[in-house]
Design a protein. Sequence first.
Length: 599
Amino acid sequence: MRLLLANPAGLWALLAIPAVLAIHFLQERSRRLRVSTLFLLERVRPESTGGAKFERLRNSMPLWLQLLAALLLTWLLVEPRWIKEDSRQTVVVVLDSSVSMEAFKEPTRELLAEKLRGWSRAAARTEWHLLETDVRKPTLYTGAEVAGVLRAYDGWKPVLGTHRPDEALQVGSGLVKEHGIVIFVTDRKAEVATGVAVLSAGEEIENVGWAGVETTLIKPGAADSGVKWSVLVRNYGKAPQTRQWWVEQEGKTEPQRSNVTLAPGQTGELAGELPPGVDRATLVLSGDQFTWDDRMPLQRPVERVVNLAFEAGSAPGGGMKKMLQALDGVAVTPVTQVPDLTVAELGNPVNTDAVQILGGGGENLPLDGNYTVAEDHPLTRDLNWMSLLTPRPMELGLTDRDEPLLWKGGRPLALLRHDLTATGTPVRRLLLAWDLSQSNAARHPALLVMLHRYVEQIRKAKREPWAGNFEAGQNLEVPPPQAAPGTAPAALTLLRDGKRTEFTGRVPDGVGFFDLEEGGKAMIRGAIHFADTREADFREAAPLDTVDARRWEAALKQTEADPLTGLWVLLVLACLLGAWGWRSGPARSSAGSIVAARS
């Protein structure tokens, strides 16, 4: 059976061995003195006139008994426990996938290796699991070797912003059976369940990084437009900081460098322009321990403009035109171009996505006193419709292709109708069944937000190349690939740093640039920046270790105490009593002896 020391601090008792040896080195050897007669000696106690001094160590029984007592006492103090041959345990390590962990990856590895080696000695067999709180990722390691856990840790890269680890910790708790532990490895204090230990090698560090970006075209719609950029830079630390910053552009080898100085907690703003013809550039800060926010890639934006056609000339149509033209990325299309969205009156045929409204009849209608009730729909969710005042809505017949949005007095006030054109193209029509000119719709924010959401749905369905700036890991909605009848649709692939990967519906993790292609044709070009400023703030980072306490709790269940503890206690007492009895015997009580010689 393997041995486990429940109290390693008891090894300090071994210092008694050099103490015993020093005492025996300092003892003075007895001397034999010959005298001719005894009556001439004064009756006084012998005195040492030279003091104690180091002499050759003498072999004696008290020495060996005292050394044996020191060894036995050390054995008792370290509380030896024998690991059972049939003992088993499961250790699950859950890594915090927050990007702030990147700043402490090396010290965390050293601390983790030390703790796992200690746990490997707590049972005869250990099953290891390495997970991360990014539940999209597979298990990093499952096996019986600590070295395998550390190798998997070396290849792990945290990429998430601030998030809750609860789901991963629940999975880890499910893997631990009768004996074992779940260890949550993070860089700051965390609230976890009772059975979870926390391990952190984090510490408070100074950090300065980019905290936000905004890009606008100088001449929207022009092919030779430059780009204005504005970024925020923040000092998250407690001391003033000065950093160099510069702009990296392709083909520009020596960028001009400038300094920015920030007080503790201060946020500053920097601005500039990318000249025409430059699509991509990177703002760079001189590095510190946390590198994710030291680079800010910039992409020249290319918008997907939703083109409008207005076929409603009444007063309600004029009000709807003002609301739609107030939205970003919306333009009136020339009559020679097929629009993306048509505004028409109810009953008029349309062949595109449309907003259809009730034309103004000219007569004043009384307002309907019924409340406006909204369905739980993406276009109306989380909006307040109670204050919308309208006349009684027009009677609209509902079909199985309709999605009601708003109700008033038992009638649908607004609905989304799905149709097919004569060529089989699917279209969506937003039907508003009241006269907008006789309501407060133009001043009601909920209607404007609903129109914005509807226009965004149309924008996301447009199949034309565009470009923009994105946050790392952001969801990216892309229309499904199209294919000719009888052929398979082209695959969507991500191109980044010269490598192609399958598109998973999200912007890639990490900071840099990417291209999304469909069948080799570029659809989206983008720059990825770090945006979770909570991860860049290390004022709450702190070391923490609750693993060791749990290890000894588990060891008590997996081991058994030394059955000979009582015998060792008796032997210690016997050694101490033997050493004392040997030195206090009558033949060894004096420091020297006197021999009388006959004259």
